[in-house]
Design a protein around this ligand. Structure first.
Ligand code: NAD
Length: 339
């Protein structure tokens, strides 16, 4: 908009050639920035959010703090009223959320919950408006994501899977990584929506591919956490100080996130679940679910995953011993405790 004025001033010799060029550069840079941000989400969008638990609660809060009109639903009345107190509009069913929203995010425990919320009685799909973008961030079976995407298409709506990594701290801080699966042409809209809750929004391919990437990550994470727990326990029984061992491993070839950031031994780091009686964080029962998804995917693709299979069995033992609600680093507690 400033270009004609600048050109006029230069023509009338009211601007030197040097100032003219400097101004022109600034205007072009501003135009460039405007173009790059023009795809981002306008404030005040009508966004629905379903599943207000450890992850979904803070994610919905971040949407509210970005100035969006957020309609919420959860089977827990307490969770709904907490978000209502922060400015969200409480809804009585997923259908009511769909009716009030142009975009919807879901963050639910597993595949069955996602099927119920989308396709059950009073589900999202019973009231969704054509053109609505629905992004499911739960970690579920990729086949269920594909099933939901087809059902959404029948209603002229769009479904994308976008599971996350980063855990509760990243959900609170709005720094989640989203692994997105779905049609390329809808990725920009999904990215603009998810940027209110995350930092790293990556398109992984068609619907279900976000889940595939997520399942691979969590299988790796479980295997490395069990390795970290076994190693730290062996070191302790050999009389090595856990902090010293963690420090050496963190700068050696055995280094991994489970050792250098999220160590499973109480007292090695302050702000991790192991130093808080394994409270908060990522539940052992949820890890067990993700390892089950990885094993189903391995069976479907004839992939040999001997360590992934063993990890599932170990985490199942933890759940059967009543440790399902503890953070998954509690595998150290299970391995190290003598009867
Ligand atoms: P959570 O159990 O804390 O929250 C789930 C919420 O969904 C609860 O508030 C529950 O009441 C609600 N819910 C259950 N059934 C419902 C239904 N039919 N309708 C509406 N609401 C319903 O779980 P979470 O830790 O927030 O995890 C959610 C998803 O995110 C899971 O798929 C998990 O694997 C994934 N995830 C979790 C973490 C983590 O660190 N917690 C990290 C990455 C991914």
């Amino acid at each position: 908009m400033y270009l004609p004025w600048i050109k006029l001033l230069e023509k009338k010799k009211m601007l030197s050639l040097k100032s003219f060029r400097t101004l022109l550069c600034r205007v072009q840079a501003t135009a460039c920035r405007t173009l790059t941000t023009s795809g981002s989400q306008p404030r005040n969008a009508k966004v629905g959010f379903i599943g207000l638990g450890n992850m979904g609660g803070p994610m919905a809060e971040n949407l509210l703090s970005q100035g969006h009109q957020v309609s919420v639903y959860d089977v827990s009345a307490e969770a709904v009223s907490r978000l209502g107190g922060l400015g969200a509009a409480p809804c009585r069913t997923p259908a009511a959320v769909a009716a009030a929203s142009d975009q919807v995010v879901t963050m639910l425990p597993n595949s069955q919950h996602v099927q119920a919320v989308f396709a059950g009685p009073d589900g999202l799909l019973s009231a969704v408006k054509p053109g609505t973008l629905m992004v499911d961030s739960s970690t579920i079976d990729p086949a269920v994501s594909q099933e939901m995407a087809l059902a959404a298409k029948d209603k002229s709506a769009v479904y994308m899977d976008a599971p996350v990594s980063g855990g509760v701290p990243a959900a609170r801080g709005g720094t989640l990584t989203f692994m997105v699966g779905g049609p390329e042409e809808h990725f920009a809209a999904a990215k603009a929506l998810l940027e209110a809750m995350g930092k790293n929004i990556v398109h992984c391919g068609d619907v279900g591919m976000g889940q595939s990437v997520k399942i691979c990550n969590n299988m790796m994470l479980a295997i490395s956490m069990i390795g970290a727990a076994e190693t730290m326990n062996l070191g302790a029984r050999l009389g090595v100080d856990p902090k010293l061992l963690a420090g050496i491993l963190s700068t050696s070839t055995g280094r991994c996130w489970a050792i250098d950031t999220y160590n499973p031994v109480p007292g090695v780091f302050d702000n991790v679940p192991s130093s808080n009686n394994y409270q908060g964080g990522f539940g052992t029962a949820l890890m067990c679910k993700d390892l089950g998804l990885a094993q189903s995917a391995a069976a479907a693709t004839d992939s040999a995953t001997p360590l992934g299979g063993a990890a599932l069995q170990i985490y199942r033992l933890l759940v059967n011993h009543g440790l399902g609600q503890l953070d998954f680093s509690a595998v150290y507690k299970y391995i190290s405790e003598r009867q």
